[in-house]
Design a protein. Structure first.
Length: 403
């Protein structure tokens, strides 16, 4: 079976996901095309070099609908003979795109792919595409649907994570991201977004709040308490699944949850023959990938079984992994991962995460894979693992080995 390699990874800066955010004027198609063109230009690839563009986005409606991947190809400098495939695994869409590309390379179904994703949350609101899991009674009643924030608070309640624990994760995420930006650790991979005149719109992550401290976070009201406790509330639904709990402690708020942002990321995935054809040196080998379903009420625990599965597929133990990127959808997700595996917190998201920089749903998986790769190269780490929780109860993971 041929190996699949990562030859390059880049991303846009993350813009605030609201009408006054710097990237609000940019469509998902245009931002995607910018990333496609940037990764081809940086690697000297001709327009027809890759066999497919596999592109994730979570809210596939309106200007983000209609097979956005193919539209992005047509809006870019790629040859029109390059097709496009849009995929949706909610928050893991960008990573799933990379994993699908790797699977095709390893299965002999292709040699070179651009994979990644986009989400313009200031332009296309999260959930605006509708979701049967949230509104179809035949599903919601059977599986005990609750919003993700309630699920995050449920994780904290089940595993003993306090408000202070969650706020500490948030403060550390902000501090690490600020240090990383100040040290230039993202400079290799962040591609400034320009307007049609070539003027820079945004060249840094706009959501950062480096001044955040415990005192500031302590003043914030829990975001999900009202929808949880106001009868008929979602807390009651969750407690029917978890009756051993007396109550759900509402510990998450805007400061210790992921930020709503705009952004895109692209990863160049190919075989060894693909790299040789275009004079490219691989940066990492994709050792193994995984995807799992998990209990849909608590919903966000997927990184634990996804990690267990990907390690088994790789023939590795958790101690074999040097660095981790665990998407900071909510602070409790990271705390649960660290608790489950007993890993050193310093090795998890060493340059901050989505609490500090934001979570552009369909792009995040590809973004943090690139962040992981850059950090592996910077520190000399041999192995890394990236994983994300996923709405409705799923998880995805990928193991990289530096070349």
């Amino acid at each position: 079976m041929p190996d699949a390699f990562v030859y390059d990874a880049l991303r846009s800066p993350r813009g605030r996901g609201r009408p006054d955010g710097a990237l609000h004027e940019v469509t998902a198609v245009r931002l995607s095309a910018l990333m496609l063109d940037a990764i081809c230009s940086r690697n000297g690839l001709p327009p027809d070099a890759v066999e497919d563009v596999i592109w994730g986005n979570a809210t596939q409606v309106g200007e983000q609908g209609g097979c956005l991947a193919r539209t992005a190809v047509l809006a870019s400098g790629l040859d029109e003979r390059v097709p496009g495939l849009s995929v949706n695994r909610f928050c893991a869409s960008g990573l799933e795109a990379v994993n699908l590309a790797a699977a095709q390379v390893r299965g002999g179904a292709g040699e070179g792919f651009i994979a990644g994703g986009v989400e313009m949350m200031s332009r296309v609101a999260m959930g605006s595409d509708g979701a049967a899991v949230a509104v179809d009674p035949s599903v919601t009643f059977r599986h005990g649907f609750v919003p993700q924030g309630i699920a995050a608070d449920l994780i904290a309640s089940l595993h003993g994570f306090s408000r202070a624990d969650c706020d500490a994760v948030a403060v550390e995420s902000q501090a690490r991201a600020a240090r990383a930006w100040a040290a230039g650790r993202f400079s290799r991979s962040v591609v400034p977004v320009t307007d049609l005149n070539g003027l820079t719109i945004l060249d840094h992550d706009e959501h950062l709040r480096p001044e955040t401290d415990i005192q500031a976070l302590a003043a914030l009201a829990p975001s999900f308490r009202d929808i949880g406790e106001t009868l008929p509330g979602f807390d009651a639904v969750a407690l029917m699944k978890y009756p051993a709990l007396e109550r759900i402690e509402h510990v998450h708020h805007a400061g210790n949850s992921s930020g709503i942002v705009d952004g895109a990321a692209a990863v160049l995935v190919g075989s060894r023959a693909f790299g040789a054809r275009f004079g490219l040196q691989p940066r990492a080998r994709i050792v193994a990938t995984s995807r799992v379903g998990s209990e849909p009420t608590v919903m966000l625990t997927g990184p634990v079984p996804a990690t267990e599965r990907v390690l088994a597929a790789a023939g590795m133990q958790i101690s074999d992994i040097d660095l981790f990127e665990v998407n900071e959808a909510f602070a409790a997700v990271v705390l649960r991962f660290r608790q489950a595996f007993g890993v050193d917190p310093a090795r998890v998201n060493p340059n901050g995460g989505a609490i500090a920089m934001g979570h552009p749903l369909g792009a995040t998986g590809a973004m943090i894979l690139g962040t992981l790769l850059d950090e592996m190269e910077r520190t000399g780490a041999a192995t890394g693992l990236v994983t994300l929780c996923v709405a409705s109860g799923m998880g995805a993971a990928t193991v990289l080995e530096r070349v």
